[in-house]
Design a binder for this molecule. Structure first.
Ligand SMILES: [Zn+2]
Length: 295
């Protein structure tokens, strides 16, 4: 999409309805929508009930999509970004994005373990034309991640970790999230022209920080091991995995899940034993300042 050239061009993409103090969904409708997403629901409801937050609906003509956005800022830059991203990704027509620009950052202290409230940023139901994103911080990367789910580009993986990962404890069942997130970050880097090497260095810093906090048995309330550790082991092989995916035969799947991944997980565990926990951001895409600097 071309940027808005003038006010007439902006008018062409005018909101479907005028900005309103009222959310597009009633609190009751929102509660139903989020009935099994209680941790997100609290964050969203607290945000949309702030007086400065307004709700907008936009038709995005070049992507033939609809964006519902709740924000306390001028929505125009967000509308442009979402339209460009969807067009670039090639989402099908009548794709819908719900975007709550909650300003809660993904930040943990040196004594804190990652949890839903400091990690997650959206959800989507596979093979639907609709995604939901609820944080302003790196909403672009989350749009890519949730679109992968919505478009059915996920891997089909068993919900229990293979023995070769040597992990005991309670893992969230969506282990395919490791690939979904790796793929989303690779797309993010491709779109914003960010070095994949720098992205991998950031992934590794976060994996070490998480592994050095980990207790045995492992305990998580969201897919921490998949998002931050297994992803690091997949990332160096992205060019191979894009066409090969998880493999077709059992032997191929074993190769991807174990031979490709296990040695990196072991190395990370060894290195993490020498690392001290520090306060850190759990955002997965690089901040602009880190994108420009050498890690
Ligand atoms: Zn996901």
């Amino acid at each position: 999409m071309e940027p808005y050239r003038n006010s007439a061009d902006y008018q062409r993409r005018r909101p479907l309805q005028p900005p309103s103090q009222k959310p597009l969904l009633s609190v009751e409708a929102l509660r139903r929508l989020l009935s099994d997403q209680t941790w997100d629901g609290g964050l969203i409801q607290r945000y949309v009930s702030r007086p400065a937050v307004k709700a907008y609906a936009f038709h995005l003509p070049t992507a033939n999509a609809t964006l519902y956005v709740w924000t306390h800022k001028d929505p125009k830059p967000t509308v442009e970004t979402v339209e460009r991203l969807l067009l670039w990704l090639g989402t099908p027509t009548e794709f819908t994005v719900h975007l709550w620009m909650c300003d809660t950052p993904r930040q943990i202290t040196k004594d804190e373990w990652p949890s839903r409230i400091t990690v997650n940023g959206g959800w989507a139901i596979p093979n639907t034309n609709s995604i939901n994103v609820y944080r302003e911080e790196e909403f672009e990367r989350v749009i890519l991640h949730e679109s992968i789910h919505a478009l059915g580009w996920d891997w089909q993986m068993s919900s229990t970790p293979p023995p070769c990962w040597q992990i005991e404890g309670e893992l969230a069942p969506h282990l395919m999230e490791a690939w979904t997130e790796c793929y989303a970050e690779w797309l993010f880097c491709a779109y914003y022209n960010i070095s994949w090497q720098k992205q991998q260095a950031w992934q590794k810093q976060q994996a070490l920080q998480i592994l050095c906090r980990a207790t045995s048995p492992w305990k998580e309330d969201t897919n921490v091991f998949a998002y931050y550790v297994v992803k690091v082991a997949l990332a160096p092989h992205i060019e191979f995995l894009l066409p090969f995916q998880l493999g077709k035969t059992e032997e191929e799947k074993m190769f991807v899940r174990c031979e490709l991944v296990s040695s990196t997980i072991d190395e990370l565990r060894r290195e993490a034993a020498t690392v001290k926990p520090q306060a850190m951001s759990l955002r997965m895409s690089l901040r602009m300042s880190l994108r420009m600097s050498l890690l």
